[in-house]
Design a protein around this ligand. Structure first.
Ligand code: ASP
Length: 307
């Protein structure tokens, strides 16, 4: 596929680029299952994980992905509390430039921080989640999981439920899934719905029964309290009663509908264990597995732009 210097968001990709990334990721999914690696591909390259926000899955899977391709991987610990964000980023950019890093994976609580860094460093910048803006590798791994299970990535009805307003995962998924001609439904209370989002192939529902009716995929999102101001949700118990996914609500979706969640899950708040752990319906573990494969594909594709 055509080289990609940075991956800052799904915005800016097209269906061919998405399909090529998923095809490459699929080949890595098979390689990973076989227990083999490709350690010659990124040998001599340096990957820096620069996480200004906590992460379990994303940071670990970028690290694994880099190592499986043979890169030298460094995790940089960053403290954000005492320095203003602008200064931190620009100082960090100067430091990273001096280190000649090839691939820079960035997570930041400010939307747009990876794009700013991309202007200041020589490395390829990969957005690992910025504020409420985008989380492109999550949308790609979700797309790969859907495609493997449904045999296609178009014409599907996908309900994204819960805290849409504060979710970069929702934003990247809406962009990717509508680009690939799916029907996207956003389901949640009005207080957790961002303004101006009900356009172009996206429908909004405030009721789970209506929103899940006939859905092929039910994607649940956590209440991202760290990004909330005021109290958009009365209580976790009440939220679960209206919007938490359990067997009764899932029954409105298609009988073979699959459950997804980007993690971390809050059991008993947005999702019940009875559905999260249902091996027939839940694809949450497969999402984590596909995360490594997708990140290998993204790292390879970005690294090629620097050859
Ligand atoms: N892990 C995802 C993110 O970083 C989802 C979440 O935190 O709820 O956006």
């Amino acid at each position: 596929m055509a080289p990609l210097k940075h991956l800052l968001g799904i915005e800016g990709l097209n269906p061919v680029a998405v399909t090529n990334l998923l095809d490459l990721a699929e080949s890595y999914a098979l390689l990973n299952r076989s227990g083999k690696t490709q350690r010659d591909l990124l040998r001599g390259r340096t990957l820096i994980n620069l996480f200004f926000e906590d992460s379990t899955r994303t940071r670990t899977s970028f690290e694994l992905a880099g190592r499986r391709l043979g890169a030298d991987v460094v995790n940089m610990a960053v403290a954000t509390s005492s320095v203003s964000k602008g200064e931190t980023l620009l100082d960090t950019a100067a430091t990273l430039n001096a280190m000649n890093c090839d691939l820079l994976v960035v997570r930041h609580n400010s939307s747009g921080a990876p794009a700013l860094l991309a202007q200041k460093v020589g490395a390829s910048v990969i957005n690992a989640g910025d504020g409420t803006h985008e989380h492109p590798t999550q949308a790609l791994l979700d797309a790969l999981t859907i495609r493997r299970n449904k045999g296609r990535l178009s014409g599907l009805t996908i309900a994204i439920c819960g805290d849409i307003a504060h979710s970069r995962v929702a934003r990247s998924n809406i962009l990717l899934l509508t680009m690939m001609n799916n029907f996207v439904r956003l389901v949640g209370p009005p207080t957790l719905m961002p303004g101006g989002i009900g356009v172009g192939g996206v429908e909004i529902f405030h009721d789970m029964a209506a929103g899940l009716q006939g859905a092929d995929i039910v994607m649940m999102l956590r209440l991202q309290k760290e990004r909330m101001s005021g109290g958009p949700v009365p209580s976790s118990r009440e939220f679960f009663a209206f919007y938490g996914l359990d067997r009764a609500k899932l029954a409105h979706a298609k009988p073979d509908a699959l459950i997804m969640h980007p993690g971390p899950m809050n059991r008993g708040v947005e999702i019940a264990s009875e559905v999260a752990d249902d091996p027939q319906r839940s694809r949450i573990k497969e999402q984590v597995e596909m995360g490594v494969a997708v990140r290998m594909a993204v790292l390879e594709t970005c690294a090629r732009s620097n050859y």
